[in-house]
Design a protein around this ligand. Sequence first.
Ligand code: 5GP
Length: 187
Amino acid sequence: MSDARLTVLAGPTAVGKGTLAAYVREHHPEVWISVSVTTRAPRPGEVDGVHYHFVDDATFDQMVADGELLEWAVLHRTHRSGTPRRPVTEVLAQRRPALLEIDLQGARQVRESMPEAFLVFLKPPSWEELVRRLVGRGTEDEADRARRLETAREELAAESEFDATVVNREIPAAAAELVELMGLREV
Ligand code: 5GP
């Protein structure tokens, strides 16, 4: 197994990819995690250059036109996020393991452009648990609920496109599994 592998972590909405990536960032500093560019506004606590590079639409357009993004996608029909290509290339050249936490559309683009990348699918412990996480406190109306569940069902069907699956029961255990798949030792 290469010690310089590019790993992509993807999975259905609300499965906990972001939380898992944040845990890996904190507990496994040997893993380099890509910082995406996004056109959405920062949320409270999000730091430019740490959680995302926050850019305007024109800058994002320019990056796409210049081929600076390894992949990108429209998210929630409201904004675009993408992975800057150069840092990924540089980190892999240093033989450091790299992780991208991106959505399914992005994972498919990476598969196309970098077939050697290792794709990990993060899955909920059960369909019922995903429904619970998605539906939350029941604040959405019936149509929105149905739409979210339909999206989740489609997204779950993508598992077979991936090289490995990690079930997200507890974040620390899922993180340990992920780094092991990346060829690293739990320390
Ligand atoms: P959030 O806006 O909550 O940080 O992330 C929302 C979704 O955007 C998550 O599913 C996350 O995986 C995805 N995402 C974040 N950055 C990127 C990126 O650079 N490319 C793609 N394709 N998806 C991303």
